[in-house]
Design a protein around this ligand. Structure first.
Ligand SMILES: Cc1cc2nc3c(=O)[nH]c(=O)nc-3n(C[C@H](O)[C@H](O)[C@H](O)COP(=O)(O)OP(=O)(O)OC[C@H]3O[C@@H](n4cnc5c(N)ncnc54)[C@H](O)[C@@H]3O)c2cc1C
Length: 465
């Protein structure tokens, strides 16, 4: 096989920015088979395989890429799902630049191999061309419950079902999938993909009970004592929004990013009037924050018809936690960046409807405890931005419901569940935890890695009883 020694990745086709900022269709449209083979040939199959060590679920990256290079796409898919049950999702939303691609040898001189794009291609190829056969293993008679249905629980459930466990997922919302369904917008992660990966899990015997808020309808103790679950995995995520505590945050037109994105994604506000969930953002929207969530909220607001959408972030662009690709896409779509600015007050009319926001100019001072340079206010430099909507996207923390109803599970002062790093075991025997509920807001692949580790530990725990 002739290697492709190009220093750059085969470009990803995408919708024109001025067209896509008015629709909710996927931004990037995916490789063709020819493009995938061409890109796969850029992998030099190095002996060290650093990419695999950079992947929290240990996908056999060089092996699947070698199969893609030979045009063996279905075999490549089977290689990936040996360790990763959600490849169509990971191929789209994983921060590959800091994981597998971040350590790729081809990245030393030029761009790394486009591992994420290839993973997505293979998963999409499989969905389009294969008749999916779900695995179904004979029951081993042991019951395990998952609380929450995000990527941590879905992964844990899938791995346990493969071992014969009878798994039930309890989800508070009416739709399973966690942030994959209610947070990440359709234009980055089509919901039909998430749904079909969940359907496969159900066909494999996993039972999903929606509208079940554990801690309200049933407690963890009741699941274990009255319903016969021998172990429980808590994957409840970090869905509690944070606010800044500035004046005006309770005015009409101020949203948490969670509420805004849930209305847009889960309640399908973008299909209004066909769907009865109107979200009227007005002409001007200010999104506060600099992470992926802020980018998603801003880009969604633009698509809902806002003329001017601002990102207000108190540090500089270099410190923004959002993926570079998301920042790049947001800028292309016309989002206006007001970096080194910090909101101080939200303004409203006499009826309490938002009319604007005051922002304080900042400059970077000495590094703080996080190692990043601390933003310091520039005296007297306050500006007013006119707007009708303000979306707060400054972070989330775990909901205290589980902590409050299961006091024998130890938690951190900020609400995160304390769980063993390798097994997910909590202070309560038989209860394991992982994903954002333990780490605070993190990533899909880290949540999946935690779900995987916990599945192994739950299997060992039940066998040792
Ligand atoms: C807008 C947005 C964009 C993001 N973009 C990216 C990205 O591009 N790449 C990336 O890797 N990560 C991204 N993330 C982060 C990523 O989605 C999360 O790290 C990941 O989903 C965490 O998975 P989880 O399974 O721990 O929890 P979640 O996905 O949060 O799922 C938890 C589930 O538990 C349910 N639940 C909570 N409490 C209860 C209860 N008491 N009883 C029953 N059910 C309950 C919730 O309803 C929810 O469905 C993003 C996050 C957001 C919010």
């Amino acid at each position: 096989m002739v290697r492709n020694m190009s220093l750059t990745k085969v470009p990803m086709p995408e919708q024109d920015p001025n067209i896509r900022n008015k629709n909710f269709l996927e931004v990037t449209t995916g490789y063709t088979p020819e493009m995938a083979i061409e890109e796969a040939k850029r992998c030099i199959q190095c002996k060290q395989k650093p990419c695999m060590k950079g992947c929290p679920v240990g996908v056999k990256i060089p092996e699947f890429i070698a199969l893609v290079a030979k045009g063996k796409f279905e075999e490549a898919y089977q290689k990936i799902v040996e360790t990763n049950s959600l490849p169509a999702i990971c191929g789209r939303v994983c921060p590959q630049e800091t994981q597998c691609e971040g350590v790729c040898i081809r990245g030393i001189k030029g761009e790394p191999v486009a591992i994420g794009r290839l993973e997505r291609f293979v998963a999409d190829y499989h969905m389009e061309n294969s008749c999916e056969v779900a695995f179904k293993v004979e029951s081993n008679g042991h019951k395990v419950a998952m609380v929450g249905s995000g990527p941590a629980s879905l992964t844990c459930a899938g791995d346990l079902a493969k071992l014969g466990y009878e798994v039930t997922i309890f989800e508070a919302f009416h739709v399973p999938g966690g942030v994959l369904m209610y947070g990440i917008p359709e234009f980055r992660l089509p919901k039909s993909l998430v749904q079909s990966e969940i359907n496969l899990l159900c066909k494999s015997g996993v039972d999903i009970q929606t509208n079940m808020v554990i801690g309200k309808i049933l407690t963890i103790d009741e699941l274990m004592e009255d319903y016969g679950f021998e172990a429980v995995f808590v994957g409840t995520g970090a869905g509690l929004p944070k606010f800044m505590g500035i004046p005006g945050e309770n005015y009409n037109g101020v949203f948490s990013s969670n509420e805004f994105l849930t209305r847009v994604n889960l309640m399908k506000a973008y299909k209004f009037p066909d769907v009865d969930t109107p979200v009227n953002v007005g002409e001007r929207v200010v999104v506060v924050g600099g992470g992926n969530v802020a980018m998603d909220a801003a880009r969604s607001a633009k698509r809902l018809g806002a003329k001017d959408v601002y990102i207000v972030y108190r540090r500089s662009e270099n410190e923004m936690p959002a993926r570079l690709e998301e920042i790049h896409h947001a800028k292309e779509e016309g989002i206006i960046f007001k970096t080194l600015n910090n909101p101080t007050e939200i303004l409203a009319d006499e009826n309490g409807w938002v009319t604007g926001i005051k922002i304080q100019k900042m400059e970077l001072g000495e590094p703080d405890a996080s190692g990043r340079r601390r933003p310091v206010a520039v005296e007297g430099a306050i500006e007013e931005l006119k707007c009708e909507t303000v979306i707060m996207a400054i972070g989330q923390s775990p909901n205290p419901l589980i902590k409050n109803t299961t006091p024998d599970i130890d938690t951190e002062f900020w609400g995160g569940i304390i769980a063993d790093e390798k097994t997910g075991a909590t202070s309560k025997p038989g209860v394991f935890a992982g994903g954002d509920a333990v780490t605070g807001a993190a990533t899909v692949i880290l949540a999946m890695g935690a779900g995987k580790q916990a599945a192994k530990a739950i299997d060992e725990y039940i066998k040792s009883k």
